[in-house]
Design a protein around this ligand. Structure first.
Ligand code: DGL
Length: 275
């Protein structure tokens, strides 16, 4: 029986931060990544639209016989995860629960900050997930939409990024959060500047690391892990011309991006979902 791959999707290139962690924790696993570059950003779109996109992408990946799906996009995890789980029988992992778990574990003061796209913050998905773990924790949220284009542009350590971080994060700093969830795929790229702005006493939580451990645990429990002697192959698909994805993706992954193919989701759309 050939080993199946892990499917990962994001609105674009940002989910590569999650893929990077998954391949670090599980180097033996094959992955298939889809970046919906024709329709990025998701963070400004309605939950209905993002959920429709998420279903089309999942149908595309399920057709490629994946054994587990990772919704690497925070916005899609926040608004579409439950709907995807209802339609598909394979395990589906979002990035909200793992990030919420890390944050609830890390906080000492009981004050947690969450930053993300407009869509993620509006959904209150992180607040609900953190409060499910510990209702006593105070959660303070803030959308930081400009961080996405800054990361895409590679402006991660200049005056524009520094000023943007200062303006966005000032309130959270004044509120005295001791833990800050980087609730968007792109924000780990700006970790340096966010850490500098928040100060060394604030712990930054990157959902990607915890998500990778969740994936490993699910595959282990279901006996679906490939032997650790294997070496994984990685396939990349995008919905628009690949040039921009390749340029930014290589920056994210340290020049390790393989071939990137442009696909249309039309065929998957016509076939609908599998359940
Ligand atoms: N991938 C999105 C997220 O993590 C950020 C980019 C977008 O808005 O599509 O929320």
């Amino acid at each position: 029986m050939p080993w199946k791959a892990i499917g990962i999707f994001d609105s674009g290139v940002g989910g590569l931060t999650v893929l990077k962690e998954i391949t670090r924790v599980l180097p033996q696993e094959d992955t298939i990544y889809l970046g919906d570059t024709a329709r990025v950003p998701y963070g400004t779109k309605s939950p209905e639209t993002v959920t429709r996109y998420a279903h089309e992408i999942t149908a595309f990946l399920v057709k490629r016989e994946i054994k587990l799906l990772v919704t690497a996009c925070n916005t899609a995890s926040a608004v579409s995860l439950e709907s995807l789980k209802k339609h598909y029988s394979i395990p589906i992992v979002g990035v909200i629960e793992p990030g919420a778990r890390s944050a609830a574990c890390a906080t000492r003061s009981g004050k947690v900050g969450v930053i993300g796209t407009e869509g993620t913050i509006r959904s209150s998905a992180y607040t609900r997930a953190i409060k499910r773990i510990n209702p006593e924790i105070e959660v303070i949220t803030r959308p930081c939409p400009l961080f996405v284009p800054l990361a895409e542009e590679g402006w991660v350590d200049n005056e524009v990024a520094r000023l943007t971080a200062r303006i966005y994060l000032r309130g959270l700093k004044d509120d005295g959060v001791d833990t800050l969830v980087l609730g968007c795929t792109h924000y780990p790229i700006l970790k340096g500047i966010i850490a500098e702005t928040m100060g060394t006493e604030v712990r930054l939580v990157d959902s990607a690391e915890e998500t990778a451990h969740t994936v490993a645990e699910i595959l282990r429990n279901r006996n679906l892990l490939r032997p650790s002697s294997e070496k994984g192959n990685h396939h990349f698909f995008v919905t628009d011309v690949p040039a921009g994805f390749i340029r930014v993706g290589n920056r994210f992954l340290g020049n390790k991006l393989g071939d990137v193919h442009q696909v249309s989701l039309e065929d998957s759309k016509r076939q609908g979902v599998d359940g």
